[in-house]
Write a protein that binds this ligand. Structure first.
Ligand code: UD1
Length: 361
């Protein structure tokens, strides 16, 4: 049997790494890694391959950036050729980025079976491109590997029959548990002390694409940073917008926000593991902080990962400065819950996935 594993953007790499690792322990399957090239900067892509020991992609599509339609179309055209040459039995896609959608649709139209890892997540927010990608990918995938019981329920509500749903756990957490000890031993950036700083990440278009949203967010975070330093690894999209809106200098100078380049996986996880709190609009970081027991203030009005709020350490604070300020003050006063790790987030999701794909269970 031949399997094509697809990765395209930063949050995909930690999800495919353990799946490739689990495949390498099984004799027989022919497995190829396809990098779509959605992310291409060293800091957004190559450094993750190095940190996670992912082998060089067998095929690189070099799709690059563009509008959603341009990017998705370029990935589809490249991936169609790959499928026609390789004749895979399965295409495995992960997460919810444009590469996930492009490759699942392309494979399915060629009659290739599709497995979606991290299926069933729903934010119910159709202004998020990722929600559209999730809905479309899940609707056509043959096998839906889920991370939690809420995702199973979402899929059942949409009429998916239960033999397509396989609750396996969380591959991103497989990677976290495998690398956490090493990541925690990485030195912190100069001048930071364990437990005495916050970490900020921001890249959602809804937060960073207009000055009306980005300015008040940066202002309230600057206020927080007057009490405790806040390290801010800046995504390329966000850096460009901070520059365009004239916010780069005020974000960087004269306050406790420390802008740094996007970090590799191990340094970033090490940084988060020792942080007092995290402010983010990322999806995956909500899950990683729950497992590390670090309070996470999510700068969004909804989440596709509600189990991190009901069981873990995640708080949906939205974008209202008063709410963000009040929650940050509560965290600094030590008033937050400890949280628990959701079922099957145990480091074995990828083995369950591969066992199912190769017919061992
Ligand atoms: C994408 C995903 C998002 C994920 C995020 C993680 C979609 C719809 N969005 O968003 O779900 O959370 O990745 O980072 O798939 N750029 C670079 N270098 C790169 C990549 C991008 O400079 O290596 C710049 C380009 O100017 C590009 C912009 O960042 O236009 C946005 O990149 P894009 O891949 O379109 O979306 P992300 O915002 O990264």
């Amino acid at each position: 049997m031949k399997y094509l594993i697809v990765a395209g953007a930063r949050p995909n790499f930690m999800k495919v790494a353990p799946i490739l690792g689990a495949f390498s322990k099984v004799e027989g399957p022919d497995v190829k890694l396809i990098h779509t090239g959605q992310h291409y900067d060293r800091a957004m892509s190559d450094s993750f391959f190095e940190d996670l020991g992912i082998p060089e992609p067998d095929i690189h599509l070099g799709a690059g950036s563009g509008s959603h339609a341009e990017q998705t179309a370029r990935i589809m055209m490249g991936f169609e050729q790959v499928c026609l040459q390789e004749h895979p039995d399965w295409v495995v896609v992960v997460g919810d980025v444009n590469s996930t959608l492009a490759c699942s649709v392309t494979a399915k139209k060629l009659g290739v079976r599709v497995a979606h890892v991290e299926a069933g997540l729903r934010s119910r927010d159709m202004s998020m491109p990722e929600e559209i990608n999730r809905l479309c990918t899940d609707a056509i995938s043959d096998l839906l590997f889920t991370t939690d019981e809420i995702a199973n329920e979402n899929l059942r509500t949409e009429g998916v029959c239960s033999d397509r749903i396989d609750f396996v756990g969380n591959t991103m957490i497989d990677t976290l548990l495998r690398h956490l000890e090493r990541a925690r031993s990485f030195p912190l950036p100069d001048g930071l002390e364990q437990g005495h700083y916050g970490v900020l990440t921001l890249h959602r278009p809804s937060n960073v694409d207009t000055p009306e949203t980005l300015r008040p967010l940066m202002n309230v975070i600057q206020e927080i940073a007057e009490s405790i330093p806040v390290v801010f690894p800046v995504h390329p999209r966000t850096r460009k917008n901070l520059e365009t809106f004239g916010l780069l200098d005020s974000a960087a100078v004269g306050c406790g926000i420390r802008l740094v380049e996007p970090m590799g996986y191990l340094r970033f996880i090490g940084l988060v593991s020792h942080a007092r709190f995290v402010l983010t609009d990322s999806g995956g970081i909500q899950e990683e902080t729950t497992v590390m027991g670090v309070p996470c203030l999510t700068l969004r009005h909804n989440t596709e990962r509600p189990i991190t709020c009901s069981m873990g350490t995640n708080y949906l604070v939205g974008t209202d400065p008063a709410q963000i300020r009040a929650t940050a003050q509560a965290v600094l006063a030590g008033e937050m819950r400890a949280g628990a790790v959701p079922p099957k987030w145990d480091g074995k999701a990828s083995v369950r996935i591969v066992d199912r794909l190769v017919g061992l269970r």
